[in-house]
Design a protein around this ligand. Structure first.
Ligand code: ATP
Ligand code: ATP
Ligand code: MG
Ligand code: MG
Lengths: 250, 250
């Protein structure tokens, strides 16, 4: 049974792409077969893994120019379907198209060979983000413990409620993932306490992804932190997270 | 002559909103009259300044329910026109509307009393972001010196070229603004050097906005760093930036 997970946060720069790559790789290292799907027209995930030129992209798959399985490429012990800026125009042309929210859900039925499919989303409520939330069984919300992130979380939860009501009743938030966690900062502790108290009905992962410069450096080598700096906090944290994800029981 | 400045970066979480508030306040402290315009449907700027409930928003102005000048509210020695999530639906309904890119440009003609108008944009190439780029004389691009920011800059520059060609020939990049700058990190120096070399034709502000936790804490009091912690690096850096902006000569 393929576990389909959307990595979402409408707030920008909260570590969605960094999580897609490193969590994906950690799950693959446990022997699972993992597909990463870039659904951000800015193609940050594709850029990270050096998969953004001379490749078929998710736009081509959606347009029917190539099948989903033939668009998959190998990077970093992972399989990935890239995205590029053509996805932006495609999203515009899909406005008003009936059933446009189900495009990705239907396409992913062609890939039952995967244990996990992780979808990296853009920081907006775009057609592709709505597709990801409609196709997903679970969502992971990476979140910085900072004041301006709180409003983003409120908006994200309202979005999830709407999607559950109108498009995907079985959608579930697997967890909030505190990211770029710096326990020495007082503001980090205050925001964390506020979120735990205000959203006590939501699950927060036990794993906190700590600030780690190795996670920032790894993309310049096109590698996950596991290939680049496997002994660091970043690698430990994402492996710990992967264990939580793989053993997650509704 | 009102200087209209868009604060843009399609990459998320690069300090756009933080810059809009603190640069705006620094310019106002020099005796200039400053208007902040929130053009992000997520309303982060409005949330920051406690201007996101029971207020008229830019949506109401666009729909003609209230005039631009009557929607302006006072916060933190600044004047602001807030935004809220209704802007998202409005953007969708504007798709295909002729001249939709000029809506903000035309509205801002009603506010010649301002010396500076700063527009805070969302991390996407939305209808409102295109409006900001069409209305602006100058743009400031806040940028983290990290690997994944580089691709965002490439995309941003392509966007600017397209807007100059089709919608706003006099649009000018006032400068790239290095942000959350941490000079101890080797990756920061590498990315900075790469950008200076690759984009030598672009102006980079002399001011680098350093990492400062006071900039992170200030929003929980609804204050700029000038009201909250005026003796810190964050305040010094934004005042230094304000001097560069105000003396900027094409
Ligand atoms: N745990 C971490 N420690 C330190 N830096 C990190 C960490 N996670 C991510 N970063 C850095 O923070 C920046 C933002 O991360 P990333 O691009 O993954 O976020 P995002 O949510 O995908 O952004 P966007 O909203 O633009 O898609 C990147 O430069 C990344 O290298
Ligand atoms: N110089 C700085 N030092 C430390 N933290 C900073 C600095 N500037 C901004 N931040 C923090 O980084 C986070 C992102 O900043 P901000 O929300 O202003 O970026 P943004 O580009 O407006 O994001 P979005 O793309 O979501 O609109 C915030 O939590 C903010 O407090
Ligand atoms: Mg991303
Ligand atoms: Mg913002």
């Amino acid at each position: 049974m393929t576990q389909i997970i959307a990595i979402v946060n409408q707030k920008g720069g909260t570590g969605k792409t960094t999580t897609a790559v490193n969590l994906g790789r950690a799950i693959a290292d446990m022997g699972k077969r993992v597909l990463l799907l870039d659904l951000d027209p800015q193609g940050s995930l594709s850029y990270y893994l050096g998969a953004n030129s001379n490749v078929w992209t998710i736009s081509d798959v959606i347009l029917g120019d190539i099948s989903l399985n033939n668009a998959i490429i190998q990077r970093e012990n992972l399989e990935i379907i890239p995205a590029d800026i053509s996805l932006a125009d495609l999203e515009v042309s899909l406005a008003g198209y009936p059933q446009r929210e189900y495009i990705i859900k239907k396409l992913l039925l062609q890939a039952p060979q995967y244990d996990y499919i992780l979808m990296d989303c853009s920081p907006s409520l775009s057609v592709m983000t709505i597709n990801a939330l409609t196709a997903a069984k679970y969502i992971i919300i990476p979140l910085q413990m900072e004041v301006l992130s709180i409003h983003g979380l409120e908006l994200m939860l309202e979005t999830v409620e709407r999607i559950k009501k109108n498009l995907n009743p079985t959608l579930e938030i697997m967890g909030i993932l505190p990211l770029m966690y710096d326990r020495k900062r007082r503001i980090t502790q205050e925001v964390l306490a506020h979120i735990v108290k205000t959203y006590s009905f939501l699950y927060m992962f036990d794993t906190l992804i700590r600030m780690d410069v190795k996670l920032v450096e790894a993309p310049s080598y096109g590698k996950s932190v596991f290939s680049y700096a496997p002994e660091t906090n970043g690698a430990q944290d994402y492996m710990k997270l992967a264990k939580e994800v793989v053993t997650y029981d509704d």
